[in-house]
Design a protein around this ligand. Structure first.
Ligand SMILES: Cc1cc2nc3c(=O)[nH]c(=O)nc-3n(C[C@H](O)[C@H](O)[C@H](O)COP(=O)(O)O)c2cc1C
Ligand code: SF4
Length: 428
């Protein structure tokens, strides 16, 4: 993975011109000091900007800040948590942002803390991202040396498990419990860390907020589309010549993004869009589409965490799906029956299909079980896993029939294109 330096003629806001980590001096030289913005004006600017969360749910950021502020007025104050968990195995964008531009994220975090009058401010990352933790701690130390502000930003480290970055899991961990998701309501904005109204915000979203505080809502809207303004960080991998993290305006086509990642090194068959909770789409259906929400929704997808994996015809989509499903089934927090029992049953059956050991009725069973587990968990883990599976069954339908009848194909033995992390034990 590399950090793709901004190409001429492309919009780059979050990523530095050179892949060199920026210390506080470099940050101040480039952006100047963080402006003081009155809380109401900050939230208004976010609402007008149309910024939506970059952690996967695409929720309007200004709406969330206002909701937390209103809840916090009932007394007790608020908590702000920056979500730097990045538990999505195919995503590297948050790690890159925190490594190269930590101060932009910290600026956004301070704006959030000020706007909400937060009494606790936390950055939550995961144990396996130790380089990010070190970069963050160094950046926080630099700021403390420069500024006698008494605001204390805590860095908290949780387990690298797929669902530990979900906001209620993260809140549980920050409150001193295991990092397992909880039923909602109450939602985090109502009752989160230590039962206080809590803002959980992805680190990329916070970096955009820091720029909106400096340059305003109209500036933010000057690229992208009406519904998806601004730019987004993307992790582009698979059959591209230079896999890595790049930034693109939200009205850029997939074809242009792949070009910036060096172009394809094999004819593309499909694209995995949004990560392991995302959707497979046939390459010819998506190649000339832009990455804004309306455009991707028309093919049943979303940008999710900004993951784009280009899959060539010489990679077996069924074998890739099989490996990821087994991983996702093992990531259940084991609290909700349909997820705890249903996902392993689905993964085992799909594995039998992929290896030619299933009966023809297995496909019907997979569809039925997918419907049964969808929407039946405390968090969206089963829904995400099922979208990944059902979109694979649709996009790789011909391959699926081949596997069902004849077992593994000539490409099944190729090394995994989609990363499968080692499973971490424990939830602390
Ligand atoms: C299973 C699961 C895992 C998630 N993991 C992450 C994560 O690693 N990082 C992240 O920022 N958001 C993650 N999210 C989304 C968060 O719950 C939450 O919506 C997000 O942090 C809010 O920030 P945003 O509005 O800036 O996107 C996850 C959601 C789910 C359902
Ligand atoms: S749906 Fe699955 S991962 Fe989510 S809380 Fe329930 S058991 Fe845990």
């Amino acid at each position: 993975m590399s950090l793709s330096t901004p190409a001429e003629g492309t919009t780059s806001r979050l990523l530095p011109a050179r892949p060199v980590p920026e210390d506080l001096d470099a940050h101040l030289a480039g952006f100047g000091p963080r402006p003081t913005v009155e809380p109401g004006a900050m939230i208004d600017a976010l609402e007008r900007s149309g910024l939506r969360g970059r952690g996967g749910a695409d929720f309007p950021t200004g709406v969330k800040w206002r909701a937390v502020t209103e809840e916090a007025q009932h007394g007790g104050g608020a908590v702000v948590v920056a979500n730097a968990a990045e538990c999505e195995p195919a995503s590297f964008k948050d790690r890159f942002l925190l490594t190269y531009r930590p101060h932009l994220v910290l600026d956004g975090l301070e704006h959030a803390a000020e706007a909400l009058g937060a009494r606790r401010v936390v950055i939550y990352t995961t144990r396996s991202h130790s380089d990010v933790e070190a970069a963050l701690r160094a950046a926080i130390r630099e700021r403390r040396r420069r500024d006698d502000s008494d605001r204390f930003v805590e860095v908290l480290v949780g387990p690298n498990r797929y669902v530990a970055g979900e906001e209620t899991a993260l809140i549980a961990r920050v409150s001193g419990h295991l990092a397992k998701p909880k039923m909602v309501p109450p939602r985090p904005f109502q009752s989160g860390v230590d039962r206080l109204p809590t803002l959980v915000q992805n680190v990329e979203t916070l970096a955009h907020a820091a720029l909106i505080a400096r340059f305003g809502a109209s500036w933010f809207r000057s690229v992208g589309t009406e519904r998806s303004p601004g730019t987004a960080l993307l992790t582009v991998s698979g059959a591209v010549r230079t896999p890595g993290v790049l930034e693109a305006a939200c009205d850029t086509t997939i074809a242009a993004i792949v070009d910036r990642a060096g172009g394809v090194d094999e004819a593309p068959a499909a694209v995995l869009l949004g990560g392991y909770f995302g959707r497979w789409v046939a390459a010819d259906r998506i190649w000339n589409r832009t990455i804004d929400a309306d455009s991707l929704r028309s093919v049943g997808g979303s940008l999710g965490t900004g993951v784009l994996v280009v899959v060539p015809a010489t990679t077996c989509g069924i074998t890739e799906t099989d490996r990821v499903l087994t991983y996702l089934a093992g990531q259940s927090a084991g609290q909700c029956g349909p997820c705890h029992a249903g996902l392993p049953a689905i993964a085992e059956t799909f594995h039998k299909v992929a290896t030619g050991r299933a009966r023809p009725a297995a496909l019907e069973l997979l569809t039925r079980w997918s419907n049964d587990v969808s929407g039946r968990g405390a968090c969206r883990h089963p829904d995400g896993a099922v979208l990944f599976l059902t979109s694979a069954m649709e996009v790789f339908a011909a391959d699926l029939r081949h596997h069902l009848k004849q077992g593994e194909c000539r490409f099944s033995g190729r090394p995994s294109l989609l990363p499968i992390p080692a499973v971490e034990a424990g939830w602390w």
